[in-house]
Ligand binder design. Sequence first.
Ligand SMILES: Cc1cc2nc3c(=O)[nH]c(=O)nc-3n(C[C@H](O)[C@H](O)[C@H](O)COP(=O)(O)OP(=O)(O)OC[C@H]3O[C@@H](n4cnc5c(N)ncnc54)[C@H](O)[C@@H]3O)c2cc1C
Length: 289
Amino acid sequence: MIPGAFDYHRPKSLDEAVALLAQHGDEGRLLAGGHSLIPMMKLRLANPSHLIDLHGIAALAGIEQAGDAIRIGAMTTQAEIIASDLLAAKLPILRETALQIADPQVRYCGTLGGNVANGDPGNDMPAVMMALAADFVVQGPSGERTIAARNYYQGAFTTALADDEVLGAIRIPVPPEGHGWAYQKMKRKVGDYATAAAAVLLVLDGDRCRDARIALTNVADVPLFAAAAGQALVGTTLDDAAVDKAVAAAVAITDPASDPRGPAAFRKHVAGVMIRRAVASARARARGG
Ligand SMILES: Cc1cc2nc3c(=O)[nH]c(=O)nc-3n(C[C@H](O)[C@H](O)[C@H](O)COP(=O)(O)OP(=O)(O)OC[C@H]3O[C@@H](n4cnc5c(N)ncnc54)[C@H](O)[C@@H]3O)c2cc1C
């Protein structure tokens, strides 16, 4: 349980971090909260010879609204998300999700950037970012580019981020006021990753659903954006038949592994239950309940 030897770097700017990544290639690894990376290093599943700590880069901090989007610096911790009044008012699903990640000790260190950049299908924030249509703002040697959360995840621990890029911030369009939201997660115990979890966002026009987004955690190699499932709710009153259709469409794209959290068929079933609960909760919130 002791990691291999490494050199420690603490850059003061994003440019410096990018230059260190370029210099050390495969041997360099970014360190944020360390609560995914350090366990991997202790198990020798990751063995970087150069650790590039992002804590000295002021540009990676902060939560602020700019026009109709909210920018969250990659080094914002899960605890800071929970404490943010701005997020509670504009993006309440983030607080609900962060509260279901691990335990307070992990959340004081674990960052939003690390959680979404990591590419672990068990991480909770990626599906939420897909439901929110978030963009990841990344910095590399040739400047800044934006990757949609929905295009970021390519396989377990494989993402669209290049080896020499740093995720700087997450940009999230603010959903309409009065939208409904929910993140429902089934886990075996406090601190566990999801057996299955579902993020749901709803916008209603009177009784009818104008926009619906459903995304899933830990039921495939990647977080899943269930586009057809959301479409099955649009234009409906969110009646039982529409919800059944949405659940069937979402479960159809899941492909969970059988693992200590349960056999694949059980985890698919749990995904359906989480979607149903999340839709019910989001619908009640959108109706002011
Ligand atoms: C006991 C325990 C329980 C946990 N339970 C859950 C859970 O239920 N749900 C959940 O979602 N997570 C869980 N986690 C993981 C936790 O949320 C991590 O903090 C999170 O996944 C990674 O964030 P970090 O800041 O710690 O990143 P780190 O561990 O420092 O980094 C993770 C990876 O992302 C890369 N990275 C980090 N920041 C950037 C960046 N800005 N740009 C590019 N790459 C970057 C690193 O190089 C590394 O590969 C748990 C962790 C522990 C220890």
